[in-house]
Design a protein around this ligand. Structure first.
Ligand SMILES: NC(=O)c1ccc[n+]([C@@H]2O[C@H](COP(=O)([O-])OP(=O)(O)OC[C@H]3O[C@@H](n4cnc5c(N)ncnc54)[C@H](OP(=O)(O)O)[C@@H]3O)[C@@H](O)[C@H]2O)c1
Length: 271
C-alpha cells in the first residue's frame, strides 16, 4: 500500500499548478484546498477557493505549495502568514530565494516561523513524467522534506541539491528544458518539410523520434554518449549530420549558452 500524499493548500493553479494537481489527485492527495481566481472546481473532498479569506476555517495544510508568478507571491504570502505562521511552504517559483520568501511571509504577521523548501518542477508533471529539483535549508525537518518529496514524486522524479543556488541550474536544465525539446521538434519538422516531406509526415517523424529517443534514455541504463555512438556508423548519414551539430560553435556552444541564459534570468528574478 502506498503512503497517502499530505494535504496541501495550492496557491496558484495555472500552467504549473494544474500540471501537478492532476498527478496529485491520481496519487491520493489528502483533502486539500486550491486557491486560484480562475479555477472552477475540483472533485470532492477537495475545495477550490478564489481568495485566502475563503479558505475553510479549521483547514490546516501539511504543506502550502506556492505556484504563482514570482512577482505575485508577496501579497499572497503575507495573507497566508496571518493564517499559518508555522507553515511548511513548498515554492515552485523560479528565482525567488528562501530569504526573500521568508521576508514576504514575515511582512504578513509577527512571530512567523515558516519553513521554506524550494522545488523546480517542469510541465511533463502533467503526464507523471516530471523532473523536479528540490532544496531545503538545514532547519527543515526530515518529515517536511519527506512530505515535499512525496508530492513531487507523485508527478515524476526528484533530486535534492545541497546549495540553494543550484536550483537556478536545475531551472536552466530541466525546469525550462521541455521548451528546448519542443523547439527541437519544431525545427526538425521544418527541416523535414524543407527536404520535401509532407507537413503531417514531417510532424509525425519529428515528434516520434523525440519520444522514442526519450524512452531509450529513460529506460536503458546506457549513457547518452554511448547511445549516440551506437547509432553513428563511421562515414554514414548520422555521422554527416552530427559533424554539423557537434561543431564547437553549434550545439555544444548553443546549449551551454542557452542554459546559462536561463540560469542568469533566474538570478535576475531573485532580485
Ligand atoms: N510554467 C512552467 O513550465 C514552470 C516550470 C517550473 C516552475 N514554474 C513556476 O511556477 C510558477 C507559476 O507559473 P505558471 O506558469 O503556472 O503561472 P500562471 O499560469 O500565471 O498560474 C498562476 C495562477 O495563480 C493565480 N493567482 C496568482 N495570485 C493569486 C491570488 N492572490 N489569488 C488567487 N489566484 C492567484 C493566477 O491568476 P492571475 O493570472 O489572474 O494572477 C494564475 O491563474 C512560477 O513562479 C514559475 O516560476 C513554472
Amino acid at each position: 500500500m502506498t503512503t497517502p500524499l499530505p494535504s496541501i493548500l495550492l496557491a496558484g493553479c495555472g500552467k504549473m499548478g494544474s500540471a501537478m494537481v492532476q498527478g496529485w489527485l491520481a496519487g491520493g492527495l489528502a483533502p486539500s484546498v486550491v486557491l486560484d481566481r480562475h479555477l472552477s472546481d475540483l472533485p470532492a473532498p477537495h475545495r477550490v477557493v478564489r481568495a485566502v479569506a475563503d479558505i475553510p476555517a479549521g483547514f490546516v495544510p501539511d504543506v502550502i505549495v506556492l505556484a504563482v508568478k514570482p512577482q505575485k507571491a508577496d501579497g499572497v504570502l503575507a495573507e497566508l502568514a496571518a493564517r499559518y505562521p508555522q507553515a511548511t511552504v513548498l515554492s515552485v517559483m523560479a528565482g525567488r530565494t528562501v530569504a526573500s520568501l521568508e521576508a514576504a511571509f514575515a511582512a504578513g504577521a509577527t512571530a512567523t516561523q515558516p519553513t521554506i523548501i524550494r522545488a523546480m518542477p517542469n510541465t511533463p508533471s502533467l503526464l507523471g513524467a516530471g523532473m523536479c529539483g528540490l532544496y531545503a535549508p538545514l532547519t527543515a525537518t526530515a518529515e517536511q522534506k519527506q512530505h515535499c518529496d512525496s508530492l513531487m514524486r507523485a508527478v515524476g522524479e526528484t533530486v535534492w541539491v545541497e546549495r540553494e543556488s543550484l536550483i537556478d541550474a536545475v531551472t536552466g536544465v530541466s525546469g525550462s528544458g521541455p521548451a528546448y525539446v519542443f523547439l527541437l521538434a519544431e525545427l526538425l519538422e521544418k527541416a523535414g518539410q524543407a527536404q520535401g516531406l509532407p507537413a503531417p509526415v514531417a510532424r509525425t517523424l519529428a515528434r516520434e523520434v523525440i519520444y522514442g529517443a526519450g524512452r531509450m534514455l529513460h529506460e536503458l541504463p546506457t549513457d547518452a554518449e554511448e547511445l549516440r555512438r551506437n547509432v553513428t556508423s563511421p562515414g554514414g548519414t548520422t555521422a554527416a549530420a552530427l559533424a554539423v551539430l557537434m561543431q564547437p560553435e553549434a550545439w555544444p556552444r548553443i546549449t551551454t549558452d542557452a542554459v546559462a541564459a536561463a540560469v542568469n534570468r533566474a538570478g535576475e528574478l531573485a532580485g
